[in-house]
Each structure stands twice: as structure tokens, then as C-alpha cells.
Design a protein around this ligand. Structure first.
Ligand SMILES: Nc1ncnc2c1ncn2[C@@H]1O[C@H](COP(=O)(O)OP(=O)(O)OP(=O)(O)O)[C@@H](O)[C@H]1O
Ligand SMILES: [Mg+2]
Length: 335
């Protein structure tokens, strides 16, 4: 591959894992086993799976904190083995589970680590610190000069996120960044991360154990077990159409699924006026959203028509409306 080939547009795939395997020197079996996965540019992909299934190993191989035994990983179309590891790591934002903030450094210096490595001048770095602190919801005046020990867990996670975003990386790897937080702080940060992703459009690979977190955040969910991928796809498809018992157990208790089966389709439908309708698949308006979703996904429909008792069409149920409900946070739903 010619790295200097500037004639092509940036590749649409931000990350490609091609038959990647990793066995640790003292490990009895592979942590990651012959895994292939393509992550498109700008997508928010969530890796979901039980403890020990290889999620962290896969992330760490992506920025060469660990090297695979076999297979190829390409970032922006370039084999990562052909890029010096420090350069690769500067280009990829990485948030680890326990924030990894330097305890002896103030918030501002923690955020400035990579800009300093890249030789940014003081003014540019300082302006960027303020911008990032605003972005993650920490007013600079109150937070810049504090040490990590003077922050709550959630505030530390925000600083960790700001640090990973510092040089505006196209790609972010996030390993259970919200794992240690209480439910309310966690929901808040999930919403903020979605907003940041919508604003900046990075490619994000995000690891979690939590199906609800995955449904709220992901464009695509990748389910792993024993170092392999067992299912990958749209969050709604995965909760409604798990490929096997392992996946159905994993997603079975999800809030999203429960919520969808408790809601009547008509409550989230778009009203219609007779006479303006294309022919659509019809269902009674009292059908629950989970069942309606089954119809839509099963037939590849973006919308279905809902009918009242007399058989007239009363509304249109859009797949996007279902998606929004599936992602609704329990906290928002109860207020
Ligand atoms: N440094 C290491 N040496 C030996 N084995 C390791 C090492 N790190 C991880 N493993 C093993 O590799 C497998 C995958 O570990 P990994 O940390 O990738 O899992 P994970 O999916 O991130 O789990 P968790 O959800 O608990 O963080 C596990 O069986 C683990 O015991
Ligand atoms: Mg892990």
C-alpha cells in the first residue's frame, strides 16, 4: 500500500480487521480468534459481550498497545504495522476504563498532553482546553486548575473524554468509559457523547457490557463471545432478531425491548389525512411497537400504516420513531 498516494478520497472504511487473532504468551486459548470486521467512517460501533470475550484485546490491537499474532488491521486503509506506534496513537483517541488521568497533573495539563507532544503553542493549546471543557460540560473557570483527585468520578470521565478528543482524532476507541458511574451520571454522559458524535462525526468503537448502553449509543452493535463475533448489525435488529440463544439471553433483559412491547404503536405514529397515502402494509393501531417492529424488519419496511376499528388508516409508524423510543433513556421516560 502506498501511504503517499494522495489521489484517492479517504477510504470509506475507517477500520478493517482482517482475520485477526491473538493468543497471549501464557494464555491457554485465543483471546481474539480469526476475527474480521469493517467499521465504516463516522459510525458509532459498540462492542458488546461478556467479561473475557476479547473486547479490550481487540481495542488495544487497534492502536498497537498489543500486537496480533496473525491477521491485518488497517486504519484509514493503511496497515497499522507500517505506521510507527506513537504516531498511530496520536491519531487515535483512546479512553480507558479508569480514565487514566495523571494524578499529579491539573485538568488543563492532562488535556494538553498530546497537543504538547505535537508542539502546539501555548495560545492554541489553551484555547483548545477551554473549548473541550465546554464541550464536555465542565466550565473552564471552575475546572481547569483542579487535580483529578478533586473531581467526582463522572467529572474525571469527562476530562478523560476531553483529553481523547484534544487533537480532534478521526477515530476514537472507548473501553467501558462509563462503567464505574451511577445510572444518572452515566445516562447524562451517554447523551453528551451522542451529541458530540453527531456534531463531530468521528468513528467510534465503544466497548460495554451493557445492552441498554449499546442500544442508546450504537449505529451498529457487534456481539462477541470467546474471541469471535457472533452477531453484528443494527441495534433494533439485534434486540428483535437475535441469531442464537446466547445473543437472546444477552439482549433479552434489555430495557429497549421491554419498553417497545409496552407501547401501543398509535402513541408514536404520525397522523395522516385520508387520500394522501401510498399503499402500505397495514396493522391495527393497538399493535405493540415491538410486534410492529418485527413486521417492519422482517419485510424491510421503513414505515407501516396503522388502522382504527373501522379499518381506516389513522397514522403512519416510522422506523425512525421506533428507533427513538428504543433509545429513550429510562430517566427521561419517568420525568
Ligand atoms: N495480559 C494478558 N495475559 C494473558 N491473558 C490475558 C491478558 N489480557 C487478557 N487476557 C485474557 O484474554 C481474554 C480476553 O481478555 P480481554 O481483556 O480482551 O476481555 P474483555 O472482553 O475486555 O473482558 P472485560 O469485559 O472483563 O473487560 C481473557 O480470557 C483474558 O483472561
Ligand atoms: Mg475489557
Amino acid at each position: 500500500m502506498n501511504k503517499l498516494d494522495g489521489q484517492h478520497n479517504p477510504p470509506v472504511n475507517a477500520i478493517e480487521y482482517d482475520r485477526v487473532s491473538k493468543t497471549y504468551p501464557n494464555g491457554s486459548r485465543s483471546a481474539v480468534s480469526d476475527l474480521s470486521l469493517t467499521v465504516e467512517r463516522g459510525k458509532f460501533v459498540v462492542l458488546l459481550g461478556p467479561s473475557g470475550c476479547g473486547k479490550t484485546t481487540l481495542l488495544k490491537m487497534t492502536n498497537r498497545l498489543i500486537e496480533p499474532n496473525s491477521g491485518t488491521i488497517r486504519v484509514d486503509g493503511i496497515d497499522i504495522m507500517s505506521v510507527p506506534a506513537p504516531e498511530l496513537r496520536r491519531r487515535i483517541g483512546y479512553v480507558i476504563q479508569q480514565t487514566g488521568l495523571f494524578p499529579h497533573m491539573r485538568v488543563e495539563d492532562n488535556i494538553a498532553v498530546v497537543p504538547k507532544l505535537l508542539g502546539w503553542d501555548k495560545r492554541r493549546t489553551s484555547a483548545r482546553i477551554d473549548e473541550l471543557l465546554h464541550l464536555v460540560g465542565l466550565p473552564p473557570d471552575a475546572y481547569r486548575r483542579r487535580y483529578p483527585a478533586q473531581l467526582s468520578g463522572g467529572e474525571q470521565q469527562r476530562v478523560g473524554l476531553a483529553r481523547a478528543l484534544a487533537v480532534n482524532p478521526d477515530t476514537m476507541l472507548m473501553d467501558e468509559p462509563f462503567g464505574a458511574l451511577d445510572a444518572i451520571t452515566r445516562s447524562k454522559l451517554q447523551l453528551e457523547l451522542r451529541r458530540i458524535h453527531q456534531e463531530l462525526g468521528q468513528t467510534i468503537v465503544f466497548v460495554t457490557h451493557d445492552i441498554d448502553e449499546a442500544v442508546r449509543l450504537a449505529d451498529d452493535i457487534v456481539i462477541m463471545r470467546g474471541g469471535r463475533i457472533v452477531q453484528a448489525g443494527d441495534p433494533l435488529e439485534i434486540v428483535t432478531d437475535p441469531v442464537d440463544e446466547f445473543v437472546s439471553d444477552l439482549v433479552g433483559a434489555s430495557d429497549a425491548l421491554r419498553r417497545l412491547s409496552l407501547i401501543e404503536a398509535r402513541t408514536i405514529a404520525t397522523p395522516v389525512h385520508a387520500g394522501e397515502l401510498p399503499p402500505l402494509e397495514m396493522r391495527p393501531e393497538t399493535i405493540d411497537v415491538r410486534a410492529a417492529l418485527g413486521v417492519m424488519l422482517g419485510r424491510g419496511l421503513e414505515r407501516i400504516a396503522l388502522t382504527g376499528e373501522d379499518g381506516d388508516v389513522t397514522g403512519i409508524l416510522e422506523l425512525d420513531a421506533v428507533r427513538t423510543v428504543a433509545r429513550t433513556h429510562p430517566i427521561e421516560a419517568t420525568v
